[in-house]
Design a protein around this ligand. Structure first.
Ligand SMILES: [Ca+2]
Length: 472
């Protein structure tokens, strides 16, 4: 009898455990590359049709003021995964396959979303572009991902390793044609969902689309009215549709959070793309570089509709921790905030008092609510991707004709009211000297904490090489 009771308790206990495991939501982050704020039809694109992403937006929350923490690939990814500013997590500049960056990677002491979820018995996998380090200690499998399948960085034929597909650090396909990657990644993702449908999983799927090369596969060439770039966006949409359909087919829809976002704005001058009504794009600290398309859906659990709350990709770490029952790290500053209540109710005010826009290690702008102040800077202050010796600091007040490069060097502080001027077109610093003063003061304070070109911050992780903003 005693044994029977013990056995029954044990059975009940494991049933409770199993139920808890199934209650934890699956989490999928679909990370597009260089996709602009105006590149999707649900964000107003006219020449491109993205019905699958639009449907995700209709079934979820579509954000109009969701920000990343950098306008280039690596720092934005590092911030999303750690919930911390690139200056704090030690990854402020884009990484290249160069001698100087050989020891540069996401620091082993950083805690990622995958690290946290792995501790909560999630299966974890990264598929696609990594771009956060090539060597041991910096690999996805060193950062909480049980598996990685994809490229180390951007696809490129300039170096023999950069067009090879890796699985957990070993090359499994050599000299891969770029156009085949998106379908291959999607197939792998669908397989992974199938293999893990009985247990909670975290899938971080970082597509190369729509980063250069602008090379859609031949089935998509000519399908849009928006040139090759438009075709490329439509191909991305097709694969997002395959994934969402697979989730529905496998009846995983109701227990899976889908997060779709871009890592930074479009490289307009180089390859096209659209930041919609925003000014600037990739490589700049204007809204076109930092404000990205973002959609979050959890069927039946999260609100739906359009949401204007000012949020950050860094918010995903504490939010997903809370939804998965994980503990947010307490031994360090996490810059992201738990936005679960915004997701559940579709209402709420921004949890961020100030938000900082760094370009490389140069603090260039600071935001409080609708106010955004751009700080003076020279061409010399810029990281290598923005430097231009011939660039004279901008001293005007009307940015209507600033051009696709956006605001780079600047002679004096400029203030914008993003609620009424999201395109950062008209400087109103003279009308609001008290706001300018407050934000300048906060800029001086945060530089002491996070650092800048001329100061190492008290909570800055400094990358392991000299002349951080230079390529060589
Ligand atoms: Ca990017």
């Amino acid at each position: 009898m005693k044994i029977f009771i013990k056995l029954s308790i044990l059975i009940c206990f494991s049933a409770v455990l199993k139920m808890h495991a199934q209650e934890k939501p699956n989490i999928i982050i679909l990370f597009a590359d260089d996709l602009g704020y105006g590149d999707l039809s649900c964000y107003g694109a006219q020449d491109v049709k993205t019905p699958n992403i639009d449907q995700l937006a209709n079934e979820g929350l579509r954000f109009t003021d969701f920000q990343v923490a950098s306008s280039v690939c690596s720092p934005s990814r590092a911030a999303l995964l750690t919930g911390r500013y690139p200056m704090r997590n030690g990854f402020p500049v884009a990484q290249g396959k160069i001698e100087k960056h050989k020891d540069y990677g996401l620091d082993p002491d950083e805690i990622t979303i995958a690290d946290m979820l792995l501790k909560e018995d999630y299966a974890t996998m990264a598929i696609g572009k990594w771009h956060l380090g090539f060597n041991k200690g910096h690999q996805p499998t060193d950062h909480g991902f049980q598996q990685h399948y994809g490229l180390q960085s951007n696809w490129n034929t300039s170096h023999p390793d950069l067009d090879d597909v890796y699985h957990n650090g070993k090359v499994v396909k050599e000299n891969v044609a770029f156009e085949t990657l998106i379908g291959d990644y999607t197939n792998k993702a669908i397989e992974y969902m199938e293999e893990n449908k009985e247990n909670p999983f975290f899938l971080y799927l970082a597509y190369h689309s729509v980063h250069s090369p602008i090379k859609p596969s031949k089935d998509f060439i000519g399908t849009s009215k928006g040139s090759l770039y438009g075709d490329y966006v439509q191909e991305l949409d097709y694969h997002v549709g395959r994934l969402t359909q697979a989730l529905a087919d496998k009846k995983l829809d109701e227990n899976t959070i889908v997060i779709f976002l871009s890592d930074n704005g479009p490289a307009i001058c180089h390859f096209g793309g659209s930041a919609g009504p925003l000014n600037g794009g990739k490589y700049t600290t204007m809204e076109g570089g930092f404000r990205i398309p973002a959609i979050i859906k959890w069927k039946g659990k999260f609100a739906t509709g359009v949401n204007d709350t000012f949020l950050s990709s860094m918010d995903l770490l504490p939010t997903l921790a809370s939804l998965a029952g994980a503990e947010t790290p307490k031994d360090r500053v996490i810059d992201g905030k738990n936005i679960t209540s915004v997701l559940k109710t579709g209402k709420g005010i921004s949890p961020h008092k100030y938000v900082y826009y760094y370009n490389g290690i140069n603090l260039q702008a600071i935001r409080k609510g609708p106010w955004k102040l751009h700080l003076p800077r020279t061409s010399e202050d810029q990281p290598f991707w923005s430097k231009n010796k011939n660039e004279k600091p901008f001293n005007g007040s009307n940015l209507k004709n600033i051009g696709c490069r956006g605001l780079i060097a600047l002679g004096r502080p400029l203030l914008f009211d993003l609620d009424h001027d999201m395109g950062e077109l008209t400087d109103i610093s003279k009308k609001h000297p008290e706001i300018v003063e407050e934000l300048l003061k906060e800029a001086e304070r945060i530089k002491k904490e996070l650092g800048d070109i001329d100061v190492i911050g008290t909570d800055q992780r400094v990358p392991p090489f000299e002349n951080i903003q230079e390529k060589i």
